[in-house]
Design a binder for this molecule. Structure first.
Ligand code: HEC
Length: 115
């Protein structure tokens, strides 16, 4: 488990670099750890969308620096709180500067059922 997690984080990092080079936001790197309707490394996006309610609420938490205590899943689920650092790295490389697009993309993925 530890080894595969490390691999995922490394792979996500590589995809992040190519996404950053392209200059647009894409949910492609998120797929390394998230699915729409089931928990993988990170929580199911369907549950994330339910907890936040709408994309504005999620964008607001992203814009506030994505503090662990503001995160609705991590602040209420110990299992995910213990892994918050993994998501902080993703936030710093992929979401910062793209807060609105990222929140919009997450809700769109949940609505269409695919990311
Ligand atoms: C390397 C694995 C990994 C990648 C890649 C990843 N995530 Fe996560 N994500 C996690 C983990 C672990 C959690 C649970 C910890 C947490 O909630 O902070 C999480 C939680 C989240 C949450 C819920 C935060 C909360 O606690 O309320 C959101 C929103 C989220 N991710 C969005 C994204 C988006 C958007 C991307 C792509 C840009 C992405 N994630 C890429 C691992 C990842």
């Amino acid at each position: 488990m530890k080894k595969s997690l490390k691999f995922l984080v490394a792979a996500a990092g590589l995809i992040a670099i190519s996404a950053a080079t392209a200059g647009t936001f894409s949910t492609a790197p998120c797929k390394a750890c998230h699915a729409v309707d089931k928990d993988v490394v990170g929580p199911a996006w369907k549950r994330v969308a339910e907890k936040y309610g709408n994309e504005e609420a999620l964008a607001k938490v992203f814009k506030g620096g994505f503090k662990v205590e503001d995160r609705k899943i991590a602040s209420s689920e110990p299992k995910f709180k213990s892994q918050a650092a993994i998501m902080t790295g993703q936030y710093n490389t992929l979401i910062k500067g793209h807060e609105d697009e990222a929140a919009k993309a997450l809700f769109a993925a949940v609505k269409s059922g695919k990311m």
